[in-house]
Design a protein around this ligand. Structure first.
Ligand SMILES: NC(=O)c1ccc[n+]([C@@H]2O[C@H](COP(=O)([O-])OP(=O)(O)OC[C@H]3O[C@@H](n4cnc5c(N)ncnc54)[C@H](OP(=O)(O)O)[C@@H]3O)[C@@H](O)[C@H]2O)c1
Length: 430
């Protein structure tokens, strides 16, 4: 039975764990709008307490403790908002919550990527909700859109910019002419990148989000471990410059495509045509494009991180599930395993940058190996200001396994090749 207040309005009680960047945004929105929600949503949302490591950071009039499990046990709220981060602590918290009948709302993609199966199953068995709108693409309402607006569709492809930090770095490398390290330092100064940016720049964070989003879109489990993940650390200014000359912009693209042989899922730097709308998604913005049989291509874009943008998604989940409290949504989050194909089975055009010695015959040698592996060259460009010479080739469409076989042979030619070859796929079609 739902509790009601003195005027008969349903009272929904929630606790907040973690009052950092996102948690403090939730508190700001809650204390600004809780009265408005009574009128607009017909709900009396009661914050029963906050558990956070440093209570002095909470400036709002609410009980604050450092002991999250005690708070849950004492108050037995309808919902707990987990905004602490990490994996072990929030996983234990989720188990305590479910055991006592409390639903979970979280922004924690790493937690769901590692422990999602267990969390979703525990919640399902108890007929409880797990809201994670804020865990993927921050303020973009992508989870709800997939669950409701596109519920009648069959997905064919999903791709997007799911990490704002790397998009900010790539944008600044292009527009300011900065190298990777300078752009990263600026991102850290502005608070877009963590002190340890590994998860962002190596594509792990985007991979966690892609796993959640693709599983939901295709209704098949696409585990993070099956996603081919490459980061942006090997990119140089010359790649950004040549991409632009060729009519492309480099983006860290997360994508998952349904093919007859299985799903092709990857996070990797990709040359995106300047005609493709995703190439214009700049700085810390995120974007998701989807192709479904029924709708064709669609695009959603917005802020993927930050205090209020992310908090707005947490609040959206809270309001959505609070309104349905007592009427379990049966939202599925566990799926049969998807058949994920090795990356080599994909076909694409490729941008290749070879670092070579300045000697006659080098190009012919590279072209010969590519030819032996059924890879034909569409165009060739060269930057010969100093050694190693940078030779840029754009291929026609090729099977990635063939390209990898060719590059293994070419990169072993230490007499002509000075650094490992950079190879990036091209995204052209809408
Ligand atoms: N920041 C974003 O833009 C963003 C976007 C999307 C998703 N997320 C996700 O949202 C979650 C929170 O991120 P955030 O940026 O808000 O992190 P944050 O600023 O580091 O905040 C985490 C908060 O949790 C507290 N905390 C940590 N461990 C705790 C524990 N064991 N018990 C109680 N409190 C604990 C921290 O205390 P202290 O104050 O003492 O450190 C801090 O207040 C993460 O899962 C993150 O991946 C963040």
């Amino acid at each position: 039975m739902c509790q009601v207040d003195s005027v008969g309005m349903p009272v929904v009680r929630f606790a907040l764990v973690g009052a950092g960047v996102v948690g403090s945004g939730v508190l700001d929105i809650y204390f600004r709008d809780k009265v408005l929600w009574k009128d607009r949503e017909g709900l009396d949302l009661e914050l029963v307490g906050v558990a956070t490591r440093t209570p002095s950071k909470v400036r709002h009039p609410v009980e604050v403790t450092t002991d999250a499990s005690d708070l849950l046990h004492r108050t037995r709220p309808d919902f707990v908002l987990e905004l602490a981060g990490g994996i072990d602590f929030p996983f234990e918290l989720a188990k305590i919550a479910f055991e006592q009948g409390t639903s979970l709302i979280t922004a924690n993609k790493a937690l769901l990527s590692e422990k999602g199966e267990e969390i979703f199953k525990l919640a399902w068995d108890k007929k409880l909700e797990v809201g994670y709108e804020a865990a993927v693409a921050g303020s973009i309402p992508i989870i709800r859109t997939f669950r409701t607006g596109l519920a009648g569709c069959r997905f064919e492809k999903l791709s997007g910019i799911l990490n704002g930090t790397t998009n900010y770095i790539l944008t600044q490398m292009e527009t300011q002419g900065w190298d990777y390290h300078r752009a990263l330092a600026k991102a850290q100064e502005l608070g877009f990148a963590e002190a340890d940016p590994t998860f962002d720049v190596e594509g792990v964070d985007a991979g966690h989000k892609l796993s959640l989003l693709a599983s939901l879109a295709f209704q098949r489990k696409i585990p993070f471990s099956s996603i081919w993940t490459e980061g942006i650390t090997k990119l140089q200014s010359i790649d950004i410059r040549f991409a632009k000359q060729l009519g492309f912009r480099i983006k860290l693209l997360a994508s998952c495509q349904f093919m007859e042989s299985g799903f092709l899922a990857s996070v990797r730097p990709t040359l995106v045509s300047l005609n493709h709308p995703i190439s214009n998604v700049q700085l810390e913005l995120n974007a998701v494009t989807y192709n479904t049989i029924e709708t064709g291509m669609g695009l959603l874009t917005g802020k993927g991180a930050g205090s209020l943008p992310t908090a707005s998604a947490v609040i959206a989940d809270l309001l959505y599930y609070a309104k349905r409290r007592g009427d379990w949504t049966r939202e599925r989050n566990t799926f049969e395993a998807g058949n994920v194909s090795p990356i080599g089975t994909g076909k694409s055009r490729f941008y290749l940058r070879f670092s070579t010695v300045d000697k006659p015959g080098v190009l012919a040698e590279i072209a010969s190996v590519l030819g032996q592996n059924s890879i034909s060259i569409a165009s060739m460009h060269q930057d010969s200001s100093e050694e190693p010479i940078q030779v840029i080739l754009v291929t026609h469409s090729a099977l990635e396994a063939n390209l990898r076989a060719a590059l293994e042979v070419i990169d072993a030619k230490v007499n002509i090749i000075k650094e490992n070859t950079v190879s990036l796929p091209l995204l052209q079609d809408l």
